[in-house]
Design a protein. Sequence first.
Length: 123
Amino acid sequence: MGHRVERLASQIKDELSMIMLLKYTNSPFGMITITGVLLTADLRLAKVYFSVFERTKRKEALERVNADTPAIRHELASKIRVRFMPELRFYIDDTADQVEKIENLLKEIHKNDNQVGNELSGS
């Protein structure tokens, strides 16, 4: 990724974080955190990844954000000066879920290792 692309992606992430904080402060799905922005090389599309504090309300949050995308893009355009404001596509960031799943698998493996070790030592 070029320097210009990285810089604009970082700017978009910072500005979207503030927009989301203000727009969804009292929302039923809790706090929304922008976790990453991937921008295409031609600067036409920004994939925006976000996490939601209330895990059970992720789908509702995504639907709401998608419905608000034109207004969010308009507000973003007023804060960032670019010739063409990228199209925004929002995605739920499930990285934390994957980390939790891996940690649980590792705990299970270690628990099984301890059981096998106890059996081998004759306990």
